[in-house]
Write a protein that binds this ligand. Structure first.
Ligand SMILES: Cc1ncc(C[n+]2csc(CCOP(=O)(O)OP(=O)(O)O)c2C)c(N)n1
Length: 393
């Protein structure tokens, strides 16, 4: 059974949301821009028809939808556990994906096993879709491994913190796929802030010129730490693609079904030799940039509250309920599964060794380096300065 549209009545739109079928609005910072938003599920959980993108989700069954919901719920549960573990001193840092579950699960579930993913440091939902065990991600944030998984095991590259650099790696990998004559594709994740990096512009140029099978998936979560998107661009980000010679589209990043459809479309283009696509998933970082950040210093509570009304999990739940695709038993079982995941992750992290504070100085240069030696000595002296505070331990 396939999923029917429940939008026999005219779709309602929430404040700020613009569907492709609806009225165009002009971004206040971009006089000539007319941003459109691909949306298949409204924040109220109503199915919106799309002449262009419905065909990419036509085979999505109620079971598939429950699967997408489960992915998002478990990812959010895992993410909440990781934030708590950082607060308890078990992790050095955590970069929460709260609010971005639909963008990541929708795009992640559009991929084939032989496709290759280049993530940033926030793609926990995509890692989940690729089968990377969540505890492996946490080992890196605890400082006890240098990545924690074999990139080739799941075709999921290591987390990349050098902003935007992975788009170049993705482009090179995609060019290699073409040379191999394969029909797999590459997806590169990056943020709105990264879009200002030269690396991203270079990867757009190369991928366009070489017709590389790569999907640039930009999660515009509105903030690059404390910098708002209007400080990154004068035009909607997806429109940048046009200048490089390939299509760009803005999708409602809190709508998992639309993210699935749009990513499938972009991957299909890549596979069929049509080259790169820029997908701008318009979403919101509901939490802090990382656990080292305090967003109350630079953004208003009302902004977050407005986005909470567009919560990606809530909207799919509403759709599942109204269309009778999931019953109370399903939600209850998922709750139990979520708690079990939290417990498993918690126990696994607590069982991990403490990080070796000096490991950071290793593997920088094969033969060592005077500057690294100096820094190591400085750090040793700094640590020794706490000896008294710890009772001479
Ligand atoms: C090349 C480089 N410059 C600066 C930084 C510091 N930095 C870390 S995250 C970040 C903001 C990234 O914002 P965005 O690309 O929007 O992604 P988000 O964190 O919002 O997901 C910056 C500037 C870095 N890691 N790498």
């Amino acid at each position: 059974m396939t999923v029917e549209s429940t939008a026999a009545r005219k779709p309602r739109r929430s404040a700020g949301a613009k569907s492709t079928a609806g009225k165009r609005t002009t971004a206040k910072n971009a006089p000539n821009a007319e941003p459109e938003l691909v949306q298949l599920l409204t924040p109220e959980g109503e199915r919106v028809k799309s002449t262009e993108y419905d065909k990419y989700v036509v085979g999505v069954t109620p079971e598939d939808l429950r699967g997408l919901y489960r992915d998002m719920v478990l990812t959010r549960r895992f993410d909440a556990e990781a934030t708590a573990l950082q607060r308890q001193g078990e992790l050095g840092l955590w970069a929460s994906l709260l609010g971005q579950e639909a963008a990541q699960i929708g795009s992640g579930r559009a991929l084939r096993d032989d496709d290759y993913v280049f993530p940033t440091y926030r793609e926990h939902g995509v890692a989940w879709c690729r089968g990377v065990d969540p505890t492996n991600l946490l080992g890196m944030f605890r400082g006890v491994n240098n990545g924690g998984w074999d990139p080739n095991g799941n075709n999921f590259h290591l987390y990349t913190i050098v902003i935007g650099s992975q788009t170049l790696h993705a482009t090179g990998y995609a060019m290699g796929i073409t040379k191999d004559g394969a029909d797999s594709a590459v997806i590169a994740y990056f943020g709105d802030g990264a879009s200002s990096q030269g690396d991203v512009a270079e990867s757009f140029t190369f991928s366009a010129v070489y017709n590389a099978p790569v999907v640039f998936f930009c999660q515009n979560n509105q903030w690059a730490i404390s910098e708002p998107t209007e400080k990154q661009t004068r035009v909607p980000l997806y429109q940048r693609a046009q200048g490089f010679g390939f299509p760009g589209v803005r999708v409602d990043g809190n709508d998992v079904l639309a993210c699935l459809a749009v990513t499938r479309w972009a991957l299909e283009r890549a596979r069929s030799g049509e080259g790169p696509t820029l997908v701008e998933a318009y979403t919101y970082r509901m939490g802090a940039h990382t656990t080292s950040d305090d967003p109350t210093k630079y953004r208003a509570d009302e902004e977050r509250e407005a986005w909470e009304a567009k919560d990606p999990i809530l909207r799919l739940r509403r759709y599942l309920e109204v269309s009778n695709h999931a019953d109370e038993g399903f939600f209850a079982e998922l709750e139990t599964e979520s708690e079990a995941l939290g417990k498993r992750v918690r126990e696994a992290v607590r069982a991990m060794p403490d990080p070796d504070h000096f490991a950071i100085f290793e593997n920088v240069y094969a033969d060592g380096h005077a500057l690294v030696d100096e820094e190591r000595a400085q750090f040793a002296a700094y640590q020794a300065s706490f000896a008294d505070a710890e009772g001479g331990k």
